[in-house]
Design a protein around this ligand. Structure first.
Ligand SMILES: *[C@@H]1O[C@H](CO)[C@@H](O)[C@H](O)[C@H]1NC(C)=O
Ligand SMILES: *[C@@H]1O[C@H](CO)[C@@H](O)[C@H](O)[C@H]1NC(C)=O
Ligand SMILES: *[C@@H]1O[C@H](CO)[C@@H](O)[C@H](O)[C@H]1NC(C)=O
Length: 241
């Protein structure tokens, strides 16, 4: 039994020469493995370096893209503003540059003497009194028209800028007159606001007058077009911002 066990041991024990070459082979393997390992570590370190740089590059590029997108947006807005300005300029035969623009301050949305409100320019004409047709012509000569009231803030703005003068029958012509049974604004739209005075004057006509110092929503009077009054012109603003 003892011998048998010993034999059994001996069978699995390699001869002395083989043992030596085996350990050399082993250390060679170990060397190769550790070299590979080192190489892998170096590669991993390099790769992570590259990866890190790429990530940095990516975030830098994203930042640059954002900046470019912002610039593109600004340019688009500028282009639209310039197109708007060109559109307004092209409505004139002779554009009154000096009324809108000065060398040191640039161009204003409205001419001197006109007031900006919600991207529109208004002229409260208080020099002299005119018939409705004369007033309209004077507005049109300035590439505008008699005022059209088309929102709920405009009456308050106009009411703030107009004053009582001469007597209670006088006011400011609006771009509104009667055509058939409807009241039509000079831009062709039928009036839906109807801000008429509650107690109308006893001599009505077919043109609409704004009577100052009244509640803005009950301040219009019907008047004859030959009656002479102050008036309000409304035109496009040269710049939107
Ligand atoms: C990062 O970007 C630069 C140019 O800005 C380029 O030269 C470099 O190769 C990039 N690096 C990586 C890792 O992509
Ligand atoms: C009109 O004037 C009043 C009082 O001064 C002011 O509170 C209001 O904002 C003005 N409204 C407009 C549209 O100008
Ligand atoms: C009424 O207004 C229109 C423009 O909307 C104009 O052509 C017409 O001459 C005006 N009529 C009177 C009587 O003012």
């Amino acid at each position: 039994m003892m011998n048998g066990a010993l034999d059994f041991h001996n069978i699995h024990k390699p001869p002395k020469g083989e043992e030596e070459s085996d350990s050399r082979f082993g250390s060679l393997c170990l060397g190769i493995v550790s070299a590979l390992l080192t190489a892998s570590i170096i590669i991993i370190i390099r790769m992570s370096g590259v990866l890190y740089r790429q990530e940095v590059n990516l975030s830098e590029m994203k930042m640059k893209m954002e900046i470019l997108e912002n610039r593109a947006e600004i340019l688009l807005r500028d282009r639209n503003d310039l197109n708007w300005m060109l559109g307004v300029i092209l409505t004139f035969d002779l554009f009154p540059v000096r009324d809108f623009c000065r060398e040191n301050t640039g161009c204003q949305p409205c001419r001197r003497g006109w007031t900006l409100f919600q991207h529109r320019c208004y002229l409260f004409h208080e020099d002299g009194w005119f018939t409705w047709q004369e007033a309209r012509q004077l507005c049109q000569d300035r590439h505008a028209d008699l005022v059209v009231i088309d929102n709920l803030e405009e009456p308050e703005f106009i009411s703030n800028r107009t004053d009582f003068y001469f007597d209670k029958y006088h006011g400011y012509w609006l771009g509104l007159n009667q055509t058939g049974s409807s009241w039509v604004w000079v831009d062709g739209r039928v009036d839906t606001l109807g801000f008429w005075m509650q107690k109308p004057f006893s001599f009505p006509g077919k043109n609409a007058l704004l009577v100052p110092n009244r509640n803005p929503t009950t301040s219009w009077a019907k008047a004859d077009s030959e009656f002479k009054n102050r008036f309000i012109c409304e035109g496009k603003a040269l710049t939107r911002s």
